[in-house]
Write a protein of this length. Sequence first.
Length: 199
Amino acid sequence: MYSVVKIREKVRIPAKLLGGKLENSVLEIVQEGYEGLVDDDVGLVIAITKAENIGEGKVVLGDEAAYYEADIEMLSYKPLMHEVVEGNISEITEFGAFIRISPIEGLIHVSQIMDDFINYDAKMPGFVGKKTGKKITVDDQVMARIVTISLRGNIQNSKIGLTMRQPFLGKEGWEKKEEKAAKGKAGGKKPVKKRKEKK
């Protein structure tokens, strides 16, 4: 889930940045320090959008910098358990598919791709359902549900686990393939002959 978050923060401005416009200096320092970080409460900080209500600067003996308190506004993304997300398949490997959702990627393990026996095709690369014929390849747009979240300091160390094995999830058009496969299965059954009762 995306949200705009406001925090009050103490910002250290080095002496070399004190000559310019203070608001720009505070914004530059906070953007360098916060963008791309992952926080348990805020989530992933995508962008710092504003620095305002800057207080009076304070200096510390022996430190060639000034400290200012400021209101910082940021755009963040915090994944929520069971949230349904939409994204594009960015990579496919033998063990699953990676989906880009916002600025982070989530993994759909091979066991969570579809309710079908699936084969990995390295040439596509992608996965194909044995009974339904459903396919998934790189660049496909899909819907998935978040089932595990592990946020650790930055994007590289954070992990999101996803599933598409629930109704209405996966690639657009999959529901029709499932219906077709179910009708074919039902229509392909041989009629059951009734036994004649002996008199």
